[in-house]
Design a protein around this ligand. Sequence first.
Ligand code: XMP
Length: 509
Amino acid sequence: MIVIIDFGSQFNQLIARRVRECEVYCQIEPPNTPIEAIKAMKPEGIILSGGPSSIYDEHSPKVDRAIFELGVPVLGICYGMQFMVDALGGKVESAEKREYGFARLKTDNKSGLLKDIEDDSVCWMSHGDSSTGLPSGFEITASTDNTEIAVIECNKRRLYGVQFHPEVEHSQEGRKVLSNFLFNICDCKRSWTMKSFVEEEIAEIRKVTNGKKVILGLSGGVDSSVAAVLIHKAIGDHLTCIFVDNGLLRKDERKKLEETFSNNFHMNIIYVDASKKFLGALEGVTDPEKKRKIIGALFIEVFDEEASKIKDAEFLAQGTLYPDIIESKSAFGGPTAVIKSHHNVGGLPEDMKLKLIEPLKHLFKDEVRALGEELGLTEEMVWRQPFPGPGLSIRILGEVTEKRLAILREADSILLEEIRNAGFYRKLWQSFAVLLPVKSVGVMGDKRTYENCIAIRAVNSIDAMTADWARLPHDLLAKISNRLINEVSGVNRVVYDISSKPPGTIEWE
Ligand code: XMP
């Protein structure tokens, strides 16, 4: 495995993804990880990530310098390289010109880290400081017009540094540089595949649960679904899933879930129809945060009640993913963690006294999807767009009633059908319908109508932190609009939301 020391770069998760794409397992660790703990992980190589600081900042992140004495190959990227240069007696200075953007990498040394790379390839730079003096034993193996010391190598000690960012798409030979480090220098084996993960994780789940019962809250989203199938494969009927129908689901959602999990996978599932309870509690409520609070609290109550009926359950399984773990472990906190916390509706009671198991906690989202495919989940399940815990309630602006739910359900189902047929479903981060709290005038046949308005929301995004409205073809929008107005009774107008996030949000509430 490879250890990535996180110096706070916005790209550090990307480094991990690139390493794993090479089928090598890696873990991101904060710089204050004790050297003994790093040693105990038995890494085959260590990558020091970039970061926003200057090594001369008073509070710049530092890792124990003994990391260079472990005899394990180290690759420093950007700040990571500057940290290495400074730690080993070289010189780092504030560059006269900040270098940001594309540069051409000039090299005539095609061994070691740069084996087989094209000369003059585009690489992507983003740094204020530069290395200006080499530590002893190092040589410069590539430069750019602005940065003489762009790549350095000390083959004897197997220490390497790159000033550019090999992990970003813009660096043409970045993948090759990383794979040279992994395979030619660290001698890693390609062993990280979802097939091997399934085998190892099943053994681990069996060992940890040791014949005891496990409960899992199944929402039908990708993460809980994949976690459920994996655990079921490991322990069969010792797993019980609880699915809470809060009455705020999309059309046929429960039916599809039953088909997949009960009929195909033969899993033990308790379906709790709590829709009356939820809709009752939401009566008259229009404030979005109040809706969230009511739904969150009720979910816990309903889940808790069902879970307590399962005698001698010892474990609670959750589909936590690696990015959540990295964020909560990061030495830098970061804005992501804060923003996401208000979305944790559907969190579970703290006093449940169950031990947690989180079998996906080392996986990125794309790996969870690959795992789902490996486990035989359908493409439809594996590639589902995210759906919020409070469900359709935050897509019905104003009061949530059965009648308005029925309108939105129908509209949303038609919209998704057309998006799927046009081949856009997987390309979009999310696409859905919103029912607005306004009525407007229209004509249908010879009659004047005064009916509801549906907004279509379709966005592209990488992680929901930022998003842009999708430039859907006009013909597709026209088709959706026609069908919504003709087929959904109570709708006479359709608008397309062209706000980006920020300043807008993806959901309307
Ligand atoms: P916003 O609307 O904040 O949404 O741009 C970002 C992402 O989070 C989802 N979202 C939620 N998910 N409970 C959830 O589980 C919530 O209360 C909630 N609110 C928004 C939203 O669908 C998008 O993917």
